[in-house]
Design a protein around this ligand. Structure first.
Ligand SMILES: *Cc1c(COP(=O)(O)O)cnc(C)c1O
Length: 244
């Protein structure tokens, strides 16, 4: 199994490098996050031994068990929360994760800020945006996008409330593209996230809006073509999910 995992990891790194080259980008600007949800701690340990530095989990309880079981891993991986976070799990999330990609409301941001203050830490976060408007997706949604000035200014007020929270360190945006037949069809959604990021960076230049967390196993090349700095890859590294 470890040999297969290594092969898959090499193939993913090659795909990232090829997509970066095609886009005239430096592949070192793109952080691979290996999404280990549903896979057991032993498999994660093998991935770290194969060179994985960043791991993504979508559920706090599941991540808690694995992070506890993997305390002694060397080198220590960084843990990313990529799934929806309920406010009653925010305290534990602040203890466990290095970067939370899924901040999707002002209330959640305020709760995270309170817990980060108690722990006397700064908390790096990304703001999740629902660029497609699909009801099944979490995240801030601006119907009509930047062009809809009424909806957009109310979105900007929410963003300003989050930027005012003292412990939260906003580093960029995250999105999940809709499932499409051909990866290319996802490009407009990734482009929309980048345009939104560029607009926020113009309005709030005091914040470093560098990160664009977008792209999964089936659409990573399209995301890199549109400027992804973090890709979240599960199945292409670990194979099909174990449960759920
Ligand atoms: C599961 C998941 C991924 C990884 O998806 P794959 O298709 O397995 O690469 C990426 N991002 C989020 C938010 C996920 O929940």
């Amino acid at each position: 199994m470890n040999a297969e995992l290594r092969q898959r990891l090499v193939a993913v790194h090659e795909q990232i490098a090829a997509a970066a080259e095609a886009a005239g980008r430096n592949p070192n600007e793109i952080q691979l996050i290996a999404v280990s949800k549903t896979h057991p701690a032993e498999v994660i340990a093998a991935a770290v031994a194969a060179g994985v530095t960043d791991l993504g989990e979508n559920r706090v309880q599941e991540a808690h068990q694995k992070i506890s079981a993997l305390q002694s891993l060397h080198p220590k991986p960084r843990w990313h929360l990529i799934g929806h976070l309920q406010r009653n799990k925010a305290k534990l999330a602040v203890e466990l994760f290095d970067l939370i990609h899924s901040v999707d409301s002002v209330r959640l941001a305020e709760t995270l800020d309170r817990h980060a203050r108690e722990r006397d830490r700064r908390l790096p976060v990304l703001l999740q945006v629902n660029v497609s408007g699909e009801e099944s997706k979490e995240g801030f949604w601006v119907p009509g996008g930047i062009a809809n000035s009424v909806a957009y200014s109310s979105f900007l007020r929410e963003i300003e409330a989050i930027l005012a929270l003292p412990t939260l360190e906003v580093r960029g945006l995250m999105t999940i593209a809709p499932i499409v037949a051909r990866a290319d069809e996802a490009r407009p959604y990734f482009a929309a996230l980048r345009q939104l990021r560029d607009d926020l960076a113009r309005r709030y230049p005091q914040i470093n809006w560098r990160e664009l967390s977008m792209g999964m196993s089936d659409d990573l090349s399209a995301a890199i073509a549109e400027g992804a700095t973090m890709v979240r890859i599960g199945r292409a590294i670990f194979g099909e999910r174990q449960i759920g």
